[in-house]
Design a protein around this ligand. Sequence first.
Ligand code: UDP
Length: 327
Amino acid sequence: MSHVLVTGGAGYIGSHACKALAQAGFTPVTYDNLITGWQDAVQFGPFEQGDLLDRGRLDEVFAKYDPVAVVHFAALSQVGEAMSEPGKYWSNNVTGSLTLIEAAVAANCLNFVFSSTCATYGEHDNVVLDETTPQYPLNAYGASKRAIEDILRDFEAAYGLRSVIFRYFNVAGADPEAQVGEFHRPETHLVPLILDAIDGKRDALTVFGTDYDTPDGTCIRDYVHVCDLVDAHVLGLKWLQDDKGSRVFNLGTGTGFSVLEVMDAAKAMTNHQVPFNIGARRAGDCTKLVSGSTRAEQELGWSPTRSTLETMITDAWRWHQTGHYNH
Ligand code: UDP
């Protein structure tokens, strides 16, 4: 059975990816430092605790499993924190990824799937973002991910490392079987914050700004179901194994929803009011991020099936009510 090294496999997206990889016949090996991940989320293959910055530990894990590929999720990913503590993002995300990439090359593991972000694009007036849109990140999170994309290109030229880079739009939802789900501490993402506000686990949701240049004044994002998103990673892995070369793919649906529209959908799907108040803009937020996603559909054969607001919220709500990790 082929091993795949999954960094961040104890996190939200990584844990869903491990399930999808296991279902596709791979053995996912989770490499995670458990700073933002949860050991309970590691259910579909072996677990190796370790840090991206620990080259010795990475070398040990590559030698132990001889993986056919790396799927690299592990990263700090909060825009607010990236604005206030940028050094953490350059160190953990960039130096950590460089250490991982060097270890992969040294172990002759030359297939690399990387989770990048639409935050690398930054602000573009009312355009649908495709993979050729220039990247001008507004915050250290986006900048750190763009830098890693550059590192991957340089390592391809020098060492033949092949990469599939996925630029994610907004990921939401949960495993419909609620074996794994979204659980961040602290939580900063819109859908879980709405669900927490609905069931009184936290105070009202603060809407970050109603003065954006959008129809209702709130920011617009393109939400994709986590299960659809990780399915693309399995396709990306097969793409690399079929020797199709390095490629960048956006992962979004091409449809944007405002913060207020997401709240309305949550109210409709849960039959509960969403307690909220209006706050100031959050530093580092773009007005609108919507994907042109035809490349993934046409070239990878990716076809999202769960990425409607209704299904994402229903699946997230099910996990919210029934799933949990010990913590
Ligand atoms: N948002 C909000 N209140 C919150 C958290 C998020 O209004 O408490 C908004 C945020 O400004 C953005 C959208 O919800 O427009 C999605 O934010 P999230 O942090 O989930 O993802 P991001 O777009 O930063 O990747």
